[in-house]
Each structure stands twice: as structure tokens, then as C-alpha cells.
Ligand binder design. Structure first.
Ligand SMILES: [Zn+2]
Ligand SMILES: [Zn+2]
Length: 652
């Protein structure tokens, strides 16, 4: 530790476990980390005091909450990735001295650096750059921070011909909000022979950046403006350990293989056409999948006393004024005109459900009233963000609205949470995260209503035994909500189900029920979805299973393959029997080799291939191949049917 003297200023640091530590001012974050434990000191990348992230070797000047960031925190990752952007830039400058550097921020997964190479490079140059980065890591150069007046820094970068850095500095002066003067200081980071303009912080030395990979080269414009200079964006990713990089690259590879757009083509499930940008076309196989999932959910709703409704796609503009969508959601809506009156295509199903509720006088005996709708909605998205089935302009929600008394919110929410858990488990999602979001600053209704609803939702979650986190102040303006995030088979997280209490819409639509006291009361409305968007859910399912659906979901379940022309009749008879037994079955009687047909069925992800020739015909049997497993033996048609039915009915 730094030498202490009696007069020296002392800092009080509060550690994450709540304990406090007194250290002399000027002690570094690294020294504090060492005093906590050698393991932490080894993993430490940067320190944080009082909400400010600083270099590990920077002398501490303030008291406050103290923590050390390792690669396990978002802050640690950002610093690690941004430091690797510097590493990349230094290697580039060694290899391409004329290259001019623009900006190099961390992104969600890794980092990039925008560079003007003069003469554009190709990704074939990556190997060379990576080799130089390797050398710089071995040199283990210390990364120093220094400050200098803005004008001095401007001259420094001008001399190096780093024109983009000069422009960044000039902008700092010109920008009304920042408005630095020439004498105000900016910070620079130096490693070895190379210096960058940077706010920091950074890892202590280049030796920390053990495992990295340049992943992609893309075009970019200075300041994102197509009128400006065209730059090249070098993307990369890095980790403290080689094994982490390895598994990351494997995950990316795996995700590519599972891409639902590719599998969707191979299984002939859906397509997008120029004539309807962002509007999915469901092909026959995809429609089977869509209907199977819809029928499944309908079965669940019937058991639980839901009433299914259907409401129009196009509704008057006035309705959307009333619902608040006009004020808050107009940008994402499509409009049209009928008989010179304005109409809108519905972006949500709730107002339609409210009109049905209001179509009759409701009594407390009718509540809770559960109305479900497989409702197709249209929402405008910019063309740049459209992505397969996960970001579309038209999709179907497995929507439902529960109308209930304020006392029933808890019981209703509990049945919804139970239903959501049951459904996710049937689809093989056992790992999920639950979040409860509470009253935001701007809210509808009264504080009493909110407190009560939050209490009720908390009780539901506590009794469910689910672990959950609370997002204070993150609720919708109309009520608190519970969100479900599932984790798929390769570890990605997706937000799906939602339970949202709403006080606002019943008010807006003047919904009422007659209570046991004979007076009129306002019902509470609970919006809920389990899949969210069926389209997006199917995309997630396709990637989760990599197209190898459990039998009940597989659009094509069985294909019967006759060995020769003479076996076609037997193949058709077999198919007929299986169809009667409720299986989806087709006969591939094209003039192709058996091996070819098997390969094609494998690509199409058909779980069962039944080959029939002389022997099978004589014995009334089928020779069964299971996708990916191969031959699983010969059995009678009846035995196969029984086996397949059992598998189909087991949801797994
Ligand atoms: Zn930097
Ligand atoms: Zn709704």
C-alpha cells in the first residue's frame, strides 16, 4: 500500500458486501483488490468508485461505493473489448502506417474500429493483423493515461495526420453541450509507440488481451452519414481465456447452422416476397406447424374456461384515439380510408376485445371473463430492422384479456403463470427468467390500486416458487407486469410471455359490471400472451430444435419409400393406414434411388422414413429409419403406428 502519514487524507470505501475499508487517498484500485484477495486482483480489469469506472492503477481520490470489475460484469467486458479495439488499431498502424483511425467502441458482442485505410483491405488481411496483435500482447505494453489541453492534443494528432481525431477534437469544442475550451484537458491513452484519443478506462496492459479474433469487415461512413468519407469497419471479439473464445466461436457457428431462415427454406416452411416486405408467407409445411401450435394452445384454453373471439383487422380512427394508440403508437400503424372516413389496421387486439366486453351488460357473476384471440396485428417496422420471422410487420399474437374485479387479480394472474409454465415445459423450455416490473413515474390509476396489484403479483410469484427479479419503475404506464424470458438450447435468451395488469383501458372504454351491491363498478383488465408472436415463437422453436421437431410438431412426420415400381401400391396402402391412425404421411414414389429419397427426407427433417420392398410387402411390415439414427428395424405397420402415436402424444 502507499505510504501513509498522519496528516494524509483518508478515503472510506464501501465494498459490495456492505463492509467498509479505510485507505489513504492515492491508493489504487489494484491495491484494494489485492487486499481483498489475490484471485480478485488477478481477474480485476478496472475499478469503480462512486459509480465512476477508472483504470485499475489510477490513484483513488474519492470515497464511496467501491467495486472491482472482472470480465464477468458488463462494465468489465466493455473495457476489455474496447481495449482490444485499441490493440487492433495499434496493429493496423504498424502494418498500414498511412491508415487513419476514426472511432473504436465496444458493442454488444465485441467491438469494432472504423478505419480509413486509403487503399481498402480485405478480410484476407485479418491473419496478418491478428499476428501483429499477438506480438503486441506478448510485448505486454503498459497502457498509460495522460491528459493535455485540447489545443495541444489537436496539434498532436494533426502532426500524425490523424484527421478524424482532429475532427473529433474540433467537434468537442463546437458541440454546444460539451463546449470544451482550448485549455480544457482531454485524455489520451498510450501503449508502446502508439497513442489514441480516448476517455478510457482501459485494462492495465496489452498482456491482458489473451484471446481475440477479427470476425468481420464491413463498410461504414464517417459519422454514419452517406455523404461523408467511406471507412472500413473491422469487427472483433475477445476473451481473457482461449477456451472462452473457442466456445464463443462454436456458439456462433451453431447459431448459424440453426438459423431459422435457412432451416425454413430447407423444410419449405415460409418465405418472404418483394410484394409484401416484412409480411411472412406460410407454405403448406409451415402452415401445419402454425396450426399445430395454435390447436395446442386452443386445447389449453378450453380446459381453462376461455372464450375465443375474433375481431376485425380494420377499425375506425376514433377507436384508436380512445384507446390511446393514436397518441402513443401512431408511427407504427397503417391507415386506410373507407367511405371517406379514416380507419387503421389494428396494431393490438385489446380495443376489439373491449368492444365485445362492452356489447353487453356484465354482472359480477360473469367475472372473471377470459377472452382469447389468435389476433393478427400489423405494426410498421423500418425495413433495416426486419429479420426473418423474429422482426416482421405482421404477426399473430396468442392474445387474451381477462376482465375481473380488483380482488380477482391475484387468482387470475396465478392461473396465467401456471398456464405459461405448463406450455413452456411442453415445448422443452425448462430454463427461464421471470421479471416483475413495478410502478413507473408516469402512471394511470391511483397509488392504492398500484400497491394492491403489485402486492398481488408478488404473492403470485412467491407462491409459484419461481425465482424472479424486480424491475423497480419499469412497469407500463397502465399497470405492473410480469415478463418471462426463456433460454433456448444454445443459451440465448428470448422474451416471450407477459402478464400485464391494466387500469387505464377499462377507464378509457368506460367498461362496467354490476356488483353484488347492485352498483356499477369498473373491472380490471389483464393482458396476457404466452408465445407473444406466434411467428417469432416458431422462429425460436425452429432454432431451439434446429428443425428436428418432436414428432407432434414435425410438419412432415412420415414418408413411405417404395423400393421399386411394384411396391407402390403397398406403399400407398401403408400410408392410408397410417393416415387413418392420425399421422401426417406422404409417399415418395418418384423415379429416384432409395438413397436419394432418404437423403432428401433427412434434409427436410422428416422424423420417420419407411422403406418397403418385397420382404415388407409379404410380411405386412415396414423397414423403419429414424432421422439421424438410421435403421431401427423392421416391424409391422400396426406396431409402427402404435410406436409413432405414443411418441406423438408425449410432447417430447
Ligand atoms: Zn479507448
Ligand atoms: Zn391487450
Amino acid at each position: 500500500m502507499a505510504e501513509t502519514s498522519a496528516t494524509e487524507e483518508r478515503l472510506t470505501l464501501t465494498l459490495p458486501d456492505g463492509s467498509t475499508r479505510e485507505v489513504p487517498a492515492g491508493t489504487t484500485g489494484r491495491e484494494v483488490a489485492e487486499s481483498i484477495g489475490p484471485g480478485l486482483a488477478r481477474a480485476a480489469l478496472v475499478a469503480e468508485v462512486d459509480g465512476r469506472v477508472v483504470d485499475l492503477d489510477a490513484p483513488l481520490t474519492d470515497s464511496g461505493a467501491f467495486r472491482v470489475h472482472t470480465f464477468d460484469s458488463d462494465e468489465g467486458q466493455e473495457v476489455f473489448w474496447h481495449s482490444t479495439a485499441h490493440l487492433t488499431a495499434q496493429a493496423v498502424k504498424r502494418l498500414f502506417p498511412g491508415a487513419k483511425l476514426a472511432i473504436g467502441p465496444p458493442v454488444e458482442q465485441g467491438y469494432y474500429y472504423d478505419i480509413d485505410f486509403g487503399e481498402p483491405i480485405s478480410s484476407e488481411d485479418f491473419e496478418k493483423i491478428e499476428a501483429e496483435m499477438e506480438r503486441i500482447v506478448e510485448e505486454d505494453l503498459k497502457i498509460h493515461r495522460a491528459t493535455m489541453p485540447l489545443e495541444e492534443a489537436r496539434r498532436f494528432f494533426e502532426e500524425m495526420d490523424e484527421t478524424y481525431k482532429v475532427r473529433i477534437l474540433e467537434d468537442l469544442k463546437a458541440d454546444e453541450e460539451v463546449a470544451l475550451t482550448e485549455d480544457e484537458e482531454v485524455s489520451l491513452y498510450t501503449q508502446g509507440e502508439w497513442t489514441d484519443l480516448c476517455r478510457g478506462p482501459h485494462v492495465p496492459s496489452t498482456g491482458y488481451l489473451k484471446a481475440f479474433k477479427l470476425t468481420q469487415l464491413a463498410g461504414a461512413y464517417w459519422r454514419g452519414d452517406p455523404d461523408n468519407e467511406q471507412l472500413q469497419r473491422v469487427y472483433g471479439i475477445s476473451f481473457p481465456m482461449a477456451s472462452q473464445l473457442e466456445s464463443h466461436l462454436q456458439r456462433i457457428e451453431e447459431a448459424k447452422k440453426r438459423d431459422h431462415r435457412r432451416i425454413g427454406r430447407e423444410m419449405d416452411l415460409f418465405s418472404f416476397q418483394e410484394e409484401g416486405p416484412g409480411f411472412p408467407f406460410w407454405h403448406p409445411n409451415g402452415t401445419i406447424l402454425f396450426n399445430t401450435v395454435s390447436d395446442y394452445i386452443r386445447g389449453k384454453l378450453e380446459e381453462r374456461g376461455y372464450h375465443e373471439i375474433r375481431t376485425p383487422l380494420i377499425l375506425s380512427e376514433e377507436l384508436w384515439h380512445k384507446s390511446g394508440h393514436w397518441d402513443h403508437y401512431r408511427e407504427n400503424m397503417y391507415f386506410t380510408e373507407i367511405d371517406e372516413k379514416g380507419y387503421a389496421v389494428k396494431p393490438m387486439n385489446c380495443p376489439g376485445a373491449c368492444l365485445i366486453y362492452a356489447s353487453d351488460l356484465r354482472s359480477y357473476r360473469d367475472l372473471p371473463l377470459r377472452m382469447a384471440e389468435m389476433g393478427t396485428v400489423h405494426r410498421h417496422e423500418l425495413s433495416g430492422v426486419l429479420h426473418g420471422l423474429t422482426r416482421v410487420r405482421s404477426f399473430t399474437q396468442d392474445d387474451a384479456h381477462h376482465y375481473c374485479t380488483p380482488d380477482q387479480v391475484e387468482a387470475e394472474s396465478a392461473t396465467i403463470v401456471e398456464l405459461i409454465r405448463e406450455v413452456y415445459s411442453d415445448f422443452g423450455f425448462e430454463d427461464y427468467r421471470v421479471e416483475l416490473s413495478t410502478r413507473p413515474e408516469k402512471y394511470a390509476g391511483t397509488i392504492d390500486m398500484w400497491d394492491r396489484a403489485e402486492e398481488q403479483l408478488t404473492a403470485v410469484l412467491d407462491q409459484s416458487g419461481l425465482e424472479y427479479t424486480v424491475n423497480e419503475g419499469e412497469g407500463a404506464f397502465y399497470g405492473p407486469k410480469i415478463d418471462f424470458h426463456i433460454r433456448d438450447s444454445i443459451g440465448r435468451s428470448w422474451q416471450l410471455g407477459t402478464v400485464q395488469v391494466d387500469y387505464s383501458m377499462p377507464e378509457a372504454f368506460d367498461l362496467e359490471y354490476v356488483g353484488s351491491d347492485g352498483e356499477r363498478h369498473r373491472p380490471v383488465m389483464i393482458h396476457r400472451a404466452i408465445f407473444g408472436s406466434v411467428e417469432r415463437f416458431l422462429a425460436i422453436l425452429i432454432e431451439h430444435y434446429a428443425g428436428d421437431f418432436p414428432l407432434w410438431l414435425a410438419p412432415r412426420q412420415t414418408v413411405v419409400i417404395p423400393v421399386g415400381e411394384s411396391h407402390r401400391d403397398y406403399a400407398r396402402q401403408t400410408a392410408e393406414r397410417l393416415r387413418e391412425g392420425g399421422l401426417r404421411v406422404e409417399v415418395d414414389d418418384r423415379d429416384e434411388k432409395v438413397g436419394y429419397k432418404i437423403r432428401e427426407a433427412e434434409t427436410g427433417r422428416v422424423p420417420y422414413m419407411l422403406v418397403v420392398g418385397d420382404r415388407e410387402e409379404e410380411a405386412g411390415s415396414v423397414s423403419v429409419r429414424r432421422r439421424k439414427e438410421g435403421d431401427i428395424g423392421t416391424m409391422t405397420v400396426e406396431a409402427f403406428l402404435e410406436l409413432a402415436q405414443k411418441e406423438r402424444d408425449s410432447y417430447s
